[in-house]
Design a protein around this ligand. Structure first.
Ligand code: PLP
Length: 490
């Protein structure tokens, strides 16, 4: 009898194993409430993908509202518990840039979280959803005067200032309005975390934030970060709430967060002493990793929270300071796994590819790679093109007994790089009309979607208590032509 491993392709990346059961949903890539029915179809709280396709068409983002709410609560509860004795709990800001519409903004507020925005447009969504300004933050390295004014109009809880330039602009605008702007300073602590490791560097060569390196200004021994603290304390129109950092995304190990927290607390203590000020808040950013493929192993929020709390507790004791109120900004860790994209399979082809170089002496040997085209692509998921991001996929509309075949799921755009899932084992009998589901597409997929090739952007359906409703409708051909001013426009 053949085992799964007998179907392994030498073309597959090392991390990709042949699943023991091609029909099984592999944890932890899927939202809670996603399962399979007797017909072998994927279901969300009992709703089958064929029903969803029938009602809403494909491609379609299928989001579990129940799962979103429970992940949001899980972060809030875990961090509140871990930090209760340190600073009475944690303010969790959902990073709206990962996925935002008015329905999601309202869920965030109902679950007791706050919302991070980074543009006037995102503030407009928050306002439409009725989110209180005091529960909003505004990021961005190049906020316009209009955006700063809008933030002040909405009495925002915090504006996260990114540079000395911007600090001056915020101070000037607030002053001209006779108001005081609540400001955090975004620092770059020289800690960059990526997935399984982090690197520490003294110097920062990136557009975000104020450098903490001591020679980062022309004045000897003065960092850009300190210059900003000194300036902020000198403006009557600025209330300096504290410091902020965000060290990266898709991070699994808490070590990078811990090192960043220690550096920021040390700096906060030094500045408080030197300038006789109190900075009551510290924001440690987002970036908590999720499972895009079966080899990704995200930690439960409680584990990350406890590791971070231990560091904050001991560092504040060592420095002899009152711990600041901590905030965090998870985006993908809340929304990423709540959603899968449902596609319909169209054309298929198989190419033969030379054996990888590692196969010594295997000259003139070729192996098959199957291309499975779906009805979306880089316009609904730009992450593989932008970041070489890996995803996974499963046949969603039926079970199959066919053998596993190394496949590449591609879109329908006029780009050879238009890849949805670079490498995945799918049943060999996948055919036109089948539905495929790609899990983990809640974050930075719809948010980054485009109309490339005049494809209509897909809708987003939310499922809760076994019922589905559109929270963002899909675009129509009329939407696509709406802004075209026409041939005879004079
Ligand atoms: C993108 C971003 C986040 C969220 O990152 P995730 O990886 O989605 O958790 C949080 N804070 C800031 C400042 C960001 O730019």
């Amino acid at each position: 009898m053949n085992t799964a491993a007998d179907h392994a392709s030498p073309l597959a990346p090392e991390w990709l194993a042949v699943p023991a059961d091609l029909n099984a949903l592999q944890e932890p890539m899927w939202a809670s409430g996603v399962g399979k029915n007797d017909a072998g179809e994927i279901t969300v709280e009992g709703l089958s993908v064929s029903e969803l396709k029938e009602r809403f068409g494909t491609p379609l983002f299928v989001m579990s509202e129940s799962d979103f709410r429970s992940r949001a609560r899980a972060f809030k509860d875990a961090f509140d518990a871990a930090f209760a004795d340190i600073c009475g709990g944690v303010d969790v800001y959902y990073a709206g840039k990962s996925f935002l519409c008015t329905a999601v903004a309202s869920w965030v507020a109902e679950e007791g979280l706050r919302l991070d925005t980074c543009s006037g447009g995102e503030l407009a969504v928050a306002a439409r959803a009725g989110i209180e300004g005091s529960n909003l933050g505004l990021h961005g390295n190049n906020k316009s005067d209009a955006e700063i004014n809008r933030a002040l109009d909405m009495s925002l809880g915090r504006i996260v200032v990114d540079s000395i330039d911007e600090l001056e602009r915020v101070a000037k605008i607030a002053s001209s309005r006779g108001e005081v702007a609540k400001v955090m300073l975004r620092l770059t602590p020289g800690v960059h975390a990526h997935t399984h490791e982090f690197i520490a560097t003294a110097h920062e060569d990136q557009k975000f934030g104020l450098s903490m390196a001591e020679d980062s200004t022309e004045e000897a021994g003065l960092s850009a970060a300190e210059e900003a603290v000194a300036a902020a304390t000198s403006y009557a129109s600025i209330e300096l709430l504290g410091l902020h950092c965000h060290i990266g995304s898709q991070i699994f190990e808490p070590d990078g967060f811990a090192v960043a927290a220690e550096k920021l607390l040390g700096f906060l203590a030094a500045m408080q002493a030197k300038y006789s000020i109190v900075m009551p808040e510290l924001d440690l950013g987002g970036g908590y990793g999720i499972a895009y493929t079966p080899v990704d192993t995200p930690r439960p929020p409680a584990e990350i929270a406890e590791a971070m709390a231990a560091v904050v507790r001991s560092k504040c004791a060592e420095l002899g300071i009152t711990p600041p109120r901590i905030s965090i900004e998870p985006g993908r860790a809340i929304v990423g796994s709540t959603t899968f994209t449902l596609y319909e399979v169209g054309t298929l082809k198989t190419v033969r590819v030379d054996a990888p170089e590692s196969e010594d002496g295997q000259k003139n040997v070729t192996y098959p790679r199957r291309y499975v085209s779906v009805d979306g692509g880089m316009s609904d998921n730009a992450r593989p093109v932008l970041y070489d991001a890996d995803y996974s996929a499963i046949l969603a509309s039926r079970d199959s007994d066919a053998t596993p075949q190394l496949s590449r799921v591609v879109g329908k755009h006029c780009e050879s790089g238009d890849i949805v899932v670079r490498d995945v084992y799918l049943p060999a009998d996948v055919a036109a009309g089948d539905l495929l589901a790609v899990p983990g597409t809640g974050a930075y997929c719809w948010a980054l979607s485009s109309n490339y090739n005049y494809l209509a952007r897909p809708g987003v359906v939310a499922v809760r208590d076994g019922a589905a409703r559109l929270i963002v409708r899909g675009e129509t051909e009329e939407d696509l032509l709406n802004r075209d001013m026409g041939v005879a426009n004079v």
